[in-house]
Design a protein. Sequence first.
Length: 332
Amino acid sequence: MPGKHINSFERGQIQGMLELETSRANIAKRLGRSASTIGREIDLNSTAQGYDAERAQALYEERRKPCRPKNKLAYAPLLDYVKSKIRDEEWSPETIAIRLPLDFPDDARMRVSHETLYREIYARHNLHFLKVYLAQSRPKRRKRGQGKTSRGPSIPNRVGIEQRPAHIDERIEPGHWEADTIFGKNQDSFLVTLVERSARILRAVEVFSKHADVVANAIAGLLIDLPVSWVKTITFDNGTEFAQHEKIAALLNVDTYFATPYCSWQRGTNENTNGLIRRYLPKGTCFKTLHLNQLQNIVQQLNNRPRKCLNARTPNEVFQIQRQNHLLALRA
């Protein structure tokens, strides 16, 4: 076992063989160790009374303590930051990990990986309370499309995503949105959500009917105040609430597209953002009691949430950068 430290089991064997007056060379041979390793172990941990395995293990562990890396969260400012962001702002461990270098660029102690955070939250008793603020994971992941059969959507004049310009996939140009709805309790109220693909800006509004005309008006109301350069295309899923896509196109002067049925990853930005909304409004929530300010507070919190895909910046920060670049281009 070259390079591997002697363990407690081997120390017990060494003690037993020494009591039988076995030579060091034979002990080494039986344990598959070099004679020098066994000799060093015996000389280092023996007393006038001889070699004791239990005492030798205790001495070894004491000597190893300085070699162990310090717990990252032993640094109080980092621990306070982690507690605050998870408990008060419901950030995920990954969000915290990617944001730390931006918030504390000159403090190397303010660094921790999301794996360490998850491990500490589940292992340390004084951090167990943070588990309730973490997103719930599914017990089992299902492969894309598994268990689904393909069927054509009943949406008139639908334009498939395969006809959407390829450059939109690059997420460089602002103005390309994804749309979806979130169902409230008993499906008697809904949220219409829109997410911009490049900055990940979220806009959302509550509606009390999934009728296509109501949803079309809601989408127009969410985007009508934006400059034309920020509203170019919208990609929907295949729900019939988007059947009035031609009305939306006319009101906003945009092109509309539809994802392939049962291929929700084609609108992954919107799907992931809806998942974040569900952390605040879990399934079974009645949206009828949802105050307008409450929904907008959630929207603002998510728009100010750092994203790994944005290099730890927030959607609002990226949107402001895009806005400044647009103004500079107009002045040029």
